[in-house]
Design a protein around this ligand. Structure first.
Ligand code: AMP
Ligand code: MN
Ligand code: MN
Ligand code: MN
Length: 286
């Protein structure tokens, strides 16, 4: 079992726990090395690091950047970033500024289907109004009785092809990787098993093209063990890691006790051929 968890969310983005609650939970689940990777935001890192120190958890500054590549939305995790780096901070600010406008368009689109008041409702769930996202809409729509749980709201309303889905141009892959690297971080392709085109999984040819480009642009890691992956996918992405000479990362992608596939930590071991991403920083002064 791995006592590293390098991908999780607080209420700074779309998790439900505060950074303090999140780290406290991680400590209770024997996580030894934790990265907080909120979407497009780094404002939870200081608080999380302070609490981690109290529990002797090694804390890693992280972020999960939203990227548009071809027609796909991808997530790139940055590990060991410097949150104060001006290029990174400015880049993340630009991404966040697009979220409000997208939320307005989502609300208009849902209103046309007879579902009103969702922007105001969703904002109540967003501790950080400029981080408003689909998860906040989903939580409100459960509260308002449109669906029984968050997952069903996504499936019925918020995924590509459904009435509340609004295509959005996030940042490009090159910029996301270069901001992470400029800030001293390691760029990791998050949950590659989750990418889709519409409702179809990203084909192998496209995935290989993506991995080639990712490496050319300076990407160094790939999530092999993820809360979003099945065990056969651990093996599949371990093979890609080897083929593309990428370091392997692991993370629960925990968002909250009620909504996540996996709780924090206690992730299964990597397949044998993997080189853990932490070999790039352990033993070095960071
Ligand atoms: P956004 O960045 O606002 O488009 O929201 C993306 C977030 O929505 C992801 O990080 C997940 O937390 C969540 N999400 C995406 N797809 C689903 C799904 N099918 N079911 C539940 N949550 C999802
Ligand atoms: Mn999320
Ligand atoms: Mn993600
Ligand atoms: Mn995530």
């Amino acid at each position: 079992m791995l006592d590293y968890d390098l991908h999780c969310h607080s209420n700074v983005s779309d998790g439900t726990l505060t950074p303090t609650e999140l780290v406290t939970r991680a400590a209770g689940r024997e996580v030894k090395v934790l990265a907080l990777t909120d979407h497009d935001a780094v404002s939870g890192l200081t608080e999380a690091a302070q609490v981690a120190a109290q529990y002797s958890i090694e804390f890693i500054n992280g972020v999960e950047i939203s990227v548009t590549w071809r027609k796909h939305t991808l997530h790139i995790v940055g590990l060991h970033i410097d949150p104060e780096n001006p290029a990174l901070a400015e880049g993340l600010r630009t991404i966040r500024s697009g979220r409000r406008h997208r939320a307005e368009l989502m609300a208009e689109s849902l209103a046309r289907c007879g579902i009103g008041g969702v922007l105001e409702g969703a904002l109540r769930y967003a501790s950080n109004p400029d981080m408003i996202g689909r998860t906040h809409f989903a939580r409100y729509m459960v509260e308002a009785g449109h669906c029984k749980d968050v997952r069903s709201v996504f499936n019925r309303y918020l995924v590509n092809g459904k009435p509340g889905y609004v295509p959005h141009d996030w940042t490009n892959l090159q910029d996301a990787i270069s901001w992470i690297r400029a800030s001293g971080g390691i760029a990791v392709l998050a949950h590659p098993g989750r990418y889709t085109a519409g409702r179809k999984a990203m084909g192998k040819t496209t995935l290989v093209e993506l991995l080639k480009e990712f490496v050319e642009l300076g990407g160094q890691g790939i999530e092999v063990v993820s809360g979003s992956h099945t065990p056969p996918q651990y093996a599949e992405f371990a093979r890609y890691a080897k083929e593309f000479n990428l370091l392997s990362s692991c993370g629960s992608d925990f968002h909250g006790p009620e909504e996540s596939y996996r709780d924090l930590g206690r992730l299964p071991d990597f397949p044998l051929e993997c080189i853990p991403v932490w070999t790039s920083w352990e033993g070095k002064a960071v």
